[in-house]
Design a protein around this ligand. Structure first.
Ligand SMILES: Cc1cc2nc3c(=O)[nH]c(=O)nc-3n(C[C@H](O)[C@H](O)[C@H](O)COP(=O)(O)OP(=O)(O)OC[C@H]3O[C@@H](n4cnc5c(N)ncnc54)[C@H](O)[C@@H]3O)c2cc1C
Length: 315
């Protein structure tokens, strides 16, 4: 029986997290001697993009009623086509709200924030992130099936091209519960949760008028921008950039924290980053304890100098 994977798209365009989830599903299928079937809702992108990462079947759900996202309706749609006992989701905001609904509908185990390929398939056992990224655990699934969500930027996107085929499923799932009142789109060019490099700043920047240099550094690195909670609370930056326990949890390859003290609530959302660089003028700032590299100094001197240096290297 195939390994199923939910290939999330945004406005029809596949997210990078979808490719990572397909890559993960392919690793599971290879262990099981099986194939991967990807499911997507109203995609406009070509299925070729999913064959590239190992999906040999793609089921495209067409349903006008699913134009607006609702975890319940999307879970219902996926449950109608996912006919296997292993279903993989990316750990994005939307997919990680669909996965538990589907687990309840199917009476399957749910393991979230998975980091590596499974240690065993029967029983399904895998390493996952726990305690807001402060620890790991090895979780074992019980029962007839398992649904997992794959932590973003953990397993990685791995090309594994197969020849594939596509099937279109016309559904009309009830979605009356959803009414879109407002929709806030992230102002940055890059999706913060998908970004491999994030430049983040806190109250040490003194005011919103100083964010130009943070954006310049982000631009030169091809990075997304983020901020601490107080910065978005006082309106210096949009709420979509707030990272931490009460904001977005991210795990980029490189996280650069500027003028952020490193409170435990901030770390909860960023300490899964692969490399952390801290720039702070207080050598005693708690963030240095979690840093791979630290620069003690004035951000207003360091950021422009760093940006110029990177520009010179790139140029
Ligand atoms: C329930 C709860 C949930 C929370 N959730 C979150 C969350 O999700 N995310 C979050 O971020 N916070 C969260 N907080 C708030 C958190 O506790 C901290 O208050 C917050 O992270 C501090 O933000 P900051 O580091 O930007 O500011 P500050 O703590 O004021 O730190 C500013 C830093 O900038 C440095 N600095 C000052 N000037 C310069 C300069 N010129 N150059 C370089 N460095 C300089 C200072 O040395 C200092 O370390 C939460 C708090 C609670 C109680």
């Amino acid at each position: 029986m195939a390994v199923f994977v939910y290939a999330e798209n945004i406005n029809g365009v596949y997210k990078k997290a979808a490719f990572e989830a397909v890559s993960y599903a392919k690793a599971v299928a290879d262990q099981a001697g099986d194939t991967v079937t990807a499911i997507s809702v109203n995609p406009t992108d070509s299925s070729d993009l999913l064959y590239k990462y190992g999906a040999s079947n793609v089921i495209n759900i067409k349903d006008e009623g699913l134009k607006n996202f609702s975890a319940k309706a999307f879970a219902q749609a996926v449950s109608e086509v996912a006919d296997g006992n292993t279903i993989v989701f990316p750990h994005t905001t939307d997919a990680s709200s669909v996965a538990p609904m589907l687990a309840v509908m199917k009476n399957y185990s749910l393991i979230t924030n998975v980091l590596e390929a499974p240690e065993s398939l029967s029983p399904f056992q895998v390493k996952r992130r726990a305690f807001s990224g402060k620890g790991f655990m090895h979780a074992k699934a019980e029962g007839s099936g398992v649904i997992i969500t794959v932590s973003q930027n953990a397993f990685g996107v791995k090309e594994n091209a197969v020849s594939g085929s596509e099937e279109v499923k016309n559904l009309s799932v009830a979605n009356e519960d959803t009414k879109v009142i407002s929709h806030e789109q992230s102002s940055g060019k890059l999706d913060l949760k998908e970004a491999e490099v994030v430049v983040s700043a806190g109250r040490g920047m003194k005011g919103p008028e100083n964010w130009g240099m943070v954006e310049d550094l982000a631009n030169v690195l091809g990075a997304a921008t983020a901020c601490s909670k107080p910065v978005s609370d006082i309106g210096w930056r949009p709420h979509t950039e707030h990272v931490g326990q009460t904001g977005k949890a991210i795990s980029p390859n490189l996280y650069i924290a500027i003028g952020i003290s490193g409170a435990i609530q901030h770390l909860a959302g960023v300490n899964s980053s692969k490399t952390i660089v801290v720039i702070n003028n207080d050598a005693e700032a708690p963030f240095f304890k979690s840093a791979d590299y630290g620069v003690v100094g004035d951000a207003f001197q360091i950021i422009p100098a760093l940006t110029e240096k990177i520009k010179a290297i790139k140029g």
